[in-house]
Design a protein around this ligand. Structure first.
Ligand code: FE
Ligand code: CA
Length: 525
């Protein structure tokens, strides 16, 4: 039964990849609301589509920039006949006023993908801005701006990106995104927790509320993305820059690992939930068709090149990991961490990462990573490690650190989300020996809103820095990290805000660190 459902979904994925214009007839939904589909008679495109609300209320976005294009995204809301497909015309212009049109076309917003639209552009010039918009019926979308990657091997001189993560809707305003939209920036990298799946919170300091119970079905995941994406500051950051997105846990369920979650679902039940979560994720982000899920599986680890400046290795540390050892949470380390086959990357991804580092043509090899990579001992007396992080998978980490030491790929810099706090770490050949070689750098960025208002220095930070000599910086406020790649250094500015539970916080650079070309580890600027 599972394999039948699975093969139908594999078929759907193939079909979606083949053509968004092909017609399908829906089959009944499974318990997570995912429809298996078969090819059937034509779903007629709505001739004169009408909308019960503004169809573009979730904004526009672009992503996955290459030297000749990017993905353009939108999703139509309020389609009056929700079973109809809706033709969407798109335009790309070399100027903001849409006088120098570079490309136009038509895409079909299909009901089986929640009327989302993904346009994969090609034929554009490298390393420049383009503006884009969509038309559906009588409605025209807001204008978005994107930017193609520098030409392969070319020297852009300077390349700027921002990285961000963890945008809990209830815990704070997205003021950081309003500031981000005004940055000088070629690219945004989002490291996961774009949504949180849980139901409405009980705290008294929430700025707004999740409007449904914990999310487990396709319809509910779709509604959760729509809730988050109605935020105008988030829309502004999407409309300003292309994004590269990789999920962490909360796009599906807290701390999930492979086919396991921590609510007692059996693997087959959890995988059906993951199917729903991944489909909604694809529908709401500017991902390439290669990321369209096949049932519960989605190919999300990938590489993007930005001329001679940067190769971005995007990791997926959830789908292929074994279950967290030693009880799963922060715990006194136990032998289970070294169990046979324990892994956070999986063998295929680990090999892919090493190969991509070895063959990289770029000066900076930035690794987009979800959970903390450096060792992070905490506590007093009995010291603990967090088993959901790379600390739970020390052998995978050790293999990567040894590889960095022995093969010396050019300037490995790991960027990390998840912890809702800012950190700068040296990555060590052997974290137990502070005098061992520094083989790379980890820049861990704070959340946009998750955990609410923060503080500059917390007891957690003081304790962590005293127990982990490779940690060079800590801050527990909200914000993001702005990075500028030059020809001889990467500079990282930790941009933080004094509060997020009230609107209109200012933003300031709390600290800046540089990674000099050829010198692993960061130093404060
Ligand atoms: Fe988070
Ligand atoms: Ca997380």
């Amino acid at each position: 039964m599972a394999s039948v459902a699975r093969s139908r979904r594999a078929f759907l994925a193939d079909w979606l990849r083949a053509s968004a214009l092909c017609a399908i007839a829906p089959l009944p939904l499974d318990r997570f609301g995912v429809a298996a589909c078969v090819a059937g008679e034509d779903v007629r495109p709505a001739r004169n589509p009408s909308f019960s609300s503004s169809p573009f209320e979730l904004g526009v976005a672009s992503g996955e920039p290459g030297p000749d294009g990017a993905v353009l995204w939108t999703r139509l809301m309020g389609v009056s006949d929700p079973t109809s497909a809706v033709p969407v015309r798109w335009e790309v212009s070399a100027d903001e006023g849409f006088r120098r049109i570079a490309r136009t076309g038509e895409a079909m917003a299909h009901p089986d993908l929640a009327h989302s639209v993904h346009v994969e552009l090609d034929g554009l010039e490298a390393g420049r801005h383009y503006w884009y918009r969509f038309h559906a019926g009588d409605a025209t979308s807001p204008v978005g701006r994107t930017r193609t990657a520098p030409a392969p091997g070319s020297e852009p001189g300077r390349f700027d990106f921002v990285f961000t993560s963890c945008q809990h809707y209830e815990r704070g305003w997205y003021t950081g995104y309003r500031h981000m939209a005004r940055e000088t920036c070629d690219l945004v990298v989002h490291l996961g927790d774009y949504i949180y799946e849980e139901g409405p919170g009980l705290r008294t300091d929430l700025v707004r509320r999740h409007d449904t119970p914990e999310v487990r079905t396709l319809e509910a995941y779709r509604a959760r993305y729509a809730l988050y994406k109605r935020d105008l500051d988030l829309q502004a950051a999407h409309a300003a820059f292309p994004w590269v997105f990789t999920p962490d846990d909360h796009e599906v369920d807290n701390d999930w690992a492979g086919e396991h979650n921590h609510e007692g679902m059996t693997p087959s039940v959890f995988l059906a939930r993951r199917t729903a979560a991944f489909q909604a994720m694809y529908e709401h982000l500017p991902l390439r068709s290669g990321a369209i899920p096949t049932g519960p599986d989605a190919q999300l680890f990938r590489r993007l090149d930005f001329g001679a400046a940067m190769r971005l290795h995007v990791l997926d540390t959830r789908q292929y990991r074994t279950i967290q050892p030693c009880g799963g949470r922060r715990a006194v380390p136990c032998d289970e961490r070294f169990a046979d086959g324990a892994t956070i990357l999986g063998e295929a991804q680990a090999t892919w990462l090493r190969d991509g580092l070895d063959a990289s043509p770029a000066r900076y090899n930035v690794i987009a990573n979800q959970v903390f990579m450096a060792r992070l001992l905490e506590g007093e007396g009995e010291l603990t490690l967090a088993m959901d992080k790379w600390d739970g998978y020390p052998e995978d980490r050790q293999r990567l650190m040894a590889f960095l030491d022995e093969r010396r790929p050019s300037n490995p810099v790991v960027i990390t989300g998840d912890l809702h706090t800012s950190w700068v770490n040296d990555l060590k050949r052997d974290f137990e020996r502070p005098d061992s070689a520094t083989v790379g750098t980890e820049l861990a960025g704070t959340s946009i809103s998750s955990s609410g208002d923060g503080v500059d220095v917390s007891p957690q930070g003081v304790n962590a820095m005293s127990l982990n000599p490779h940690v060079k910086f800590f801050n527990a406020q909200r914000g993001y990290v702005r990075c500028s790649l030059g020809t001889d250094r990467l500079r990282a500015d930790y941009r933080v805000m004094p509060f997020v539970t009230r609107p209109d916080a200012p933003i300031a650079t709390r600290a800046s660190f540089v990674v000099e070309d050829g010198v692993p580890g960061a130093t404060e600027a």
